[in-house]
Write a protein that binds this ligand. Structure first.
Ligand code: B4P
Length: 198
């Protein structure tokens, strides 16, 4: 990977708006948005062996085993369109996955990690609304709350780790899509220019 590579990650609780914002950030930087959740859902929809393996896990709100998830991400990052950078959405989700990603990047670091913050009740309300529109199998109130618990236990601790690495950009995820996008753009520009000046 070269110095012009842009390696980004967006992290936040289920329903914080990661998928919505990931698409905009990826377009702005001309890199692919890579969502492990989207990869799993596409495989479930297509009835592939991977989809059959993960369907029950995803519908219960549990995490797919690390070995499987790490392998999928490693394959995806090896594809040509990720050579100049990428935006990861939904991965890494626990400490083991952070170590696996560090190995995949071979000593290179992520350039910035966008943390989208949002209040639990607000995100539960968002996802229940999405359930009405899209009917995602893991968007029942019980499973949404379970996904929030897993985020708090396993993913939230990564925030401290990325903060200690000096790459965390914290953004308030409440407001309109445009308001949140503007906050992310400002925060990312500041982080990336500070990193370039180091
Ligand atoms: P994901 O697809 O990553 O799902 P999520 O974290 O629950 O995010 P979600 O898509 O719900 O919400 P988003 O923040 O985009 O993962 C699904 C499952 O896959 C996991 O539970 C797990 O089983 C498995 N999985 C995925 N990655 C894994 C990994 N690394 N390891 C192991 N297992 C893994 O929010 C989107 C919603 O917010 C939309 O409805 C949107 O319309 C709305 N929204 C966005 N911006 C808004 C705004 N400003 N105002 C109002 N609503 C807004």
């Amino acid at each position: 990977m070269t110095d012009t590579t842009t390696r980004l990650l967006i992290i936040g609780p289920p329903g914080a708006g990661k998928g919505t914002q990931a698409a905009q950030i990826a377009e702005r930087f001309g890199v692919p948005a890579i969502s492990t959740g989207d990869i799993f859902r596409a495989n479930i929809k297509g009835g592939t062996p991977l989809g059959q393996q993960v369907q029950a896990i995803i519908e219960s709100g549990e995490l797919v085993p690390d070995s499987l998830t790490n392998e999928i991400v490693a394959d995806r990052l090896n594809q040509a369109d990720a050579a100049a950078g990428f935006l990861l959405d939904g991965y890494p989700r626990n400490v083991e996955q952070v170590h696996a990603l560090d190995g995949m990047l071979d000593g290179e670091s992520l350039d910035a990690v966008v943390l989208l913050e949002a209040d639990v009740d607000a995100v539960v309300a968002r996802l229940l609304k999405r359930a009405e529109l899209e009917g995602r199998a893991d968007d029942t109130e019980e499973v949404i709350r379970h996904r929030q618990d897993i985020y708090a236990e396993q993913t939230a601790p990564l925030v401290k780790l990325f903060s200690e690495r000096g790459i965390l950009v914290t953004v308030d995820g409440l407001g309109t899509v445009e308001e949140v996008a503007a906050r992310i753009a400002t925060g990312l520009d500041a982080q990336l220019s500070a990193k370039a000046g180091r």
